[in-house]
Design a protein around this ligand. Structure first.
Ligand SMILES: Nc1ncnc2c1ncn2[C@@H]1O[C@H](COP(=O)(O)OP(=O)(O)OP(=O)(O)O)[C@@H](O)[C@H]1O
Ligand SMILES: [Mg+2]
Length: 372
């Protein structure tokens, strides 16, 4: 009988696991939040991932449970483990992707390079941090942030008054002077095998990932090895199973610092679908099933991924899709089956080849076909 993977969450990450599951002969089932979601092709259940009974019922018919997102509450995760379900990544690892304060404390223990940080619960302690760090800092809500929501640059403690008044501690970090942002992905199996993908450069606009270049340009052996080592040590130190993405800053003095973690396939790895020997979605399935991992190496000198955000205001996505295909037969256009809304990720374009300028041009101009 085929191995069965259950994915909690019906977003585009679950959707993009479907094709490799079919190719691997793995049965994939999705617990979607609602009808008609991105991964509805494989949605065998619709229900609330915060409800233990719903998730337990879903888990009964699969060999392993994994995730499209990190929002499943700890009590639900523990209920699965207590019921004997294989949960990958497990609750103890996921905790560090759910709570940025817990992540910072644990990464300090592991000796990972990080920005200066503190936990602050009132304006006085935030002001003290600001005074020690040149008068500017980044304040983050430890839980529930995404796409830059829950991240704020402050220069006065009162700038975070609204968040502090909610009563929970906030994470404050030094404002890192970075030359660029990078991401390191690794996959880890429960039995221990770890493989590292090439380190990539990520470009964010308005706090959202806009573009990824793989490998990161001018990444010499020292940077490549340092990033892979950080990714591997975090995966092992936290006991991550499946895909781990480590968002990094490359600083003006040529250090790398950990920004945050994601324990699932990640936007920084969409290039692997067309640019790597093994895609992050296939690798995630292999890792959570404890199957031997695939080769993470690039298949071409360069890969560029450009997100399609928002989408058409005037004509339909289908019309744009055909136009982009006609103009750029060499681009790989991926769509998520989502209704376009301003700023919403509705797809991405991958291009691969030998010349970075050409590859970036193809990916950018095909993605631009979807914008007004
Ligand atoms: N300490 C920092 N110094 C400078 N810039 C930062 C710092 N922390 C975050 N940023 C900027 O804000 C962006 C979003 O921060 P972060 O990744 O923590 O938030 P998020 O909303 O959880 O992210 P995502 O969009 O990946 O879900 C970063 O990609 C980076 O550009
Ligand atoms: Mg981030």
């Amino acid at each position: 009988m085929a191995l069965r993977v259950g994915v909690v969450g019906g977003g585009q990450l679950a959707r993009m696991m479907i094709a490799p599951a079919v190719e691997l002969g793995v049965e994939i089932r999705v617990l979607a939040e609602a009808e008609g979601m991105s991964a509805s092709l494989a949605a065998t259940s619709v229900g609330d991932y915060r409800d233990a009974d719903t998730v337990l019922a879903f888990a009964r018919d699969v060999d392993v449970v994994t995730f499209d997102h990190e929002h499943v509450p700890q009590p639900v995760l523990h209920a699965l483990v207590d019921a004997g379900v294989a949960v990958r990544p497990g609750p103890d690892a996921l905790h560090y992707a759910q709570d940025k304060l817990a992540m910072r404390a644990r990464l300090d223990e592991l000796g990972m390079p990080q920005p200066d940080w503190a936990s602050v619960s009132d304006e006085d302690s935030l002001q003290a941090f600001l005074d020690d760090h040149g008068g500017r800092a980044v304040v983050k809500t430890p839980r529930g942030g995404y796409d830059g929501k829950g991240v704020r640059v402050v220069s006065r403690a009162s700038d975070a008054a609204d968040w502090l008044s909610a009563g929970a501690p906030l994470l404050v970090e030094e404002l890192v002077e970075f030359t660029r942002e990078l991401a390191q992905q690794v996959a880890r199996r429960p039995s221990g095998q770890v493989v590292a993908f090439p380190v990539v450069e990520t470009v964010q606009r308005d706090g959202v990932c806009a573009e990824v270049i793989a490998p990161a340009p001018h990444a010499g052996d020292r940077l490549t090895e340092a990033a892979a080592r950080v990714g591997t040590e975090i995966a092992e130190g936290l006991g991550v199973t499946g895909m781990l993405a480590v968002e990094l800053f490359e600083t003006t003095d040529e250090r790398i610092l950990v920004n945050e973690l994601a324990m699932r396939p990640h936007n920084s790895g969409h290039w692997t679908q067309d640019g790597a020997a093994t895609s992050q979605f296939e690798q995630h399935l292999r890792a959570v099933l404890d199957l031997p991992l695939g080769d993470p190496a690039s298949r071409a000198a360069w890969s560029v991924m450009v997100n399609i955000l928002g989408g058409p205001a005037s004509d339909s996505l289908d019309a744009r899709f055909a136009a982009a295909m006609a103009d750029h037969p060499d681009a790989k256009i991926h769509t998520y089956g989502k209704t376009p809304r301003p700023g919403r990720k509705v797809g991405h374009v991958n291009a691969v080849g030998d010349d970075l300028d050409d590859v970036a041009y193809v990916a950018r101009s095909a993605a631009a076909r979807f914008l007004d």
